[in-house]
Write a protein that binds this ligand. Structure first.
Ligand code: ATP
Length: 215
């Protein structure tokens, strides 16, 4: 299962399914029909069936889905059954906000260390997370066995810092900078560009057709 290849679009929907299943489970719902599930996650039922087909049979015809079973399945797939330790580099406005946020609604992702070059922020603690000087990067990441990093440095520093992250053994980078960073094939980058997300939204607002809803 670890090497399972699934389409990127499917992978991006898995957290949506997982989060909705958590809501259902919290509300005490034991099972859900596939059409209700589709309406809840606002994804086309055919897309859900295709997504789920990558994992074998997850539901039963005429029964729908067992919420606890499906939740347990996605929890494992998304590695939410263990804590993933994360570091953040670049404690500016955005970095600061993410440190305060610290994914606190999800107990299984935890920012454990932050890094910056600015003496004004180095040595401070934000929401219990210590801000280390960048010179401590390799040492701390290796000591704390952190493989995932959120990158919120200025655009001009993005590639230099990325190279340092790779040298420190980082395997996954959530890149909030607008730079398309270069990494070896073994490192996975998830680009999050808030400006382009908003531009896409504005584009869709101005070129609205029905089939763009909910994608
Ligand atoms: P944001 O873009 O998050 O709103 P900002 O405008 O407050 O941030 P930026 O100039 O984007 O500040 O810098 C973000 C943070 O990255 C700052 O705290 C800055 O000190 C830090 N930074 C700059 N260069 C580096 C670097 N090479 N390594 C680590 N941190 C860096």
């Amino acid at each position: 299962m670890a090497d399972m290849k699934i389409p990127r679009a499917t992978a991006k929907r898995l957290p949506i399914y997982y989060q909705y299943l958590n809501i259902l489970a919290d509300a005490g719902q034991k099972r859900i029909s596939s059409s209700e599930f589709a309406a809840g996650v606002k994804v086309d039922p055919r897309t859900i069936r295709r997504d789920f087909s990558h994992f074998g049979t997850l539901g039963k015809r005429g029964y729908g889905y067992d919420v606890a079973d499906l939740l347990a399945f996605f929890k494992k797939i998304l590695k939410q059954d263990q804590v993933t330790k994360v570091a953040l580099v670049g404690v500016g406005n955005l970095g600061h906000a993410l440190l305060n946020f610290n994914f606190h609604r999800d107990n299984n992702i935890a920012i454990r260390a932050a890094f910056d070059i600015d003496p004004a922020v180095v040595g401070t603690t934000i929401d219990d997370i210590r801000v280390y000087p960048l010179t401590e990067l390799q040492n701390q990441l290796q000591k704390q066995a952190i493989k995932v990093v959120i990158l919120t440095v200025p655009e001009a520093a993005a590639q230099t810092v990325t190279d340092q992250l790779i040298a420190a053994g980082v395997e996954g980078i959530m890149n909030f900078t607008p730079t398309r960073i270069n990494v070896p094939a073994t490192v996975i980058v998830q680009n999050v560009n808030l400006t382009s997300e908003l531009q896409t939204l504005i584009y869709f607002l101005n070129h609205r057709t029905l089939d763009q809803q909910g994608t």
